[in-house]
Ligand binder design. Sequence first.
Ligand code: PLP
Length: 369
Amino acid sequence: MKESLEAHGASIGVIERYREHLPVTEATPVVSLSEGSTPLIYSPRLSAMMGRGCRVYLKYEGLNPTGSFKDRGMTVALSKAAESGARLVICASTGNTSAAAAAYAARAGIQCAVFLPSGKIAMGKLAQAFVYGAVVIAIEGNFDQCLKLVREMATEPGISIVNSINPYRLEGQKTAAFEIIDALGDAPHLQVLPVGNAGNTTAYWRGYLEYHRLHRATRLPRMLGFEAAGAAPIYYERVIEHPETAASAIRIGNPASWNMATAAIQESGGAIEIITDEEIFAAQSWLASQEGLFVEPASAASVAGLFKCRSQTACADCPVQKIPDEAIIVCTLTGHGLKDTASVLNDRAKPVPAPADKSAILSILEKTR
Ligand SMILES: *Cc1c(COP(=O)(O)O)cnc(C)c1O
């Protein structure tokens, strides 16, 4: 398999790129869509905004094959499921996990069933699950109830769970931290992420630790995570029965990786903070209109968080205050904006009516300049 890929010059995925750091052997059939190796985009505007000579980079995970970082974990999860002879993979999902599971299951030739909280999913993600050929089941309940159901079904033979409780998912996701170190030549001083099930927070920290141990990095970053204010169980230290936020990918009331993420945050000298939906949408439009990067609402939480931490001196113990001058900051943009166009098609998003006439158009452009 590997030989034929190389022979044809195909891009490699995260398993081939980081094989020695992942739980695979020569016997593992690699199920890959050439995920990972996403761009780390320097942001002069965010850097200037942070001041003190800081450099801010955006890790644009929306450019993975199904449009989110979930692909990094799913390549490992589906490869291991195929190795174990699974007939069916299942997951509960707010959207991106199901899109990735469905795509990698299609690639592996394994049936996929996704459980969605009914009426709570972005249309682009739902379209992905269908088009990749998954069985899509709408459960009457929220995400946490879907997850409970998935756990119960795992006792059946031949069924593999590919939710973030699947340990292989986090193993694959840690490769994002490897890529950041490989690109920068060292770890950043601050890593900023949106937080839902907190799997990515856990996985990044693991990746940074492993590379640090191997002396590929001289330092470890402070981990700074942002939950949506209406779905902030880790911040408030209690399960949220009815999590509410327009950022559906982080609408989680009882995170699967809660304890591991809390440990990671503490160990790193970081923090979990909250951000309102208004701040998330403001950051989303800022990223698109100022940087040319269209991300889904949940992904904008990391940049929204930076804006907030920069402007708020009141926030005690803020990791942003503790980073040195000339610090390197990485904000991960977790998913692509095209997955959730409904969230931006509001009153403002209306075309300007105009006659098919050059001078009329020029005068409209003059007015909107
Ligand atoms: C899954 C997801 C998140 C949340 O990541 P966790 O690992 O659950 O904390 C954030 N943004 C996007 C786009 C996602 O798909």
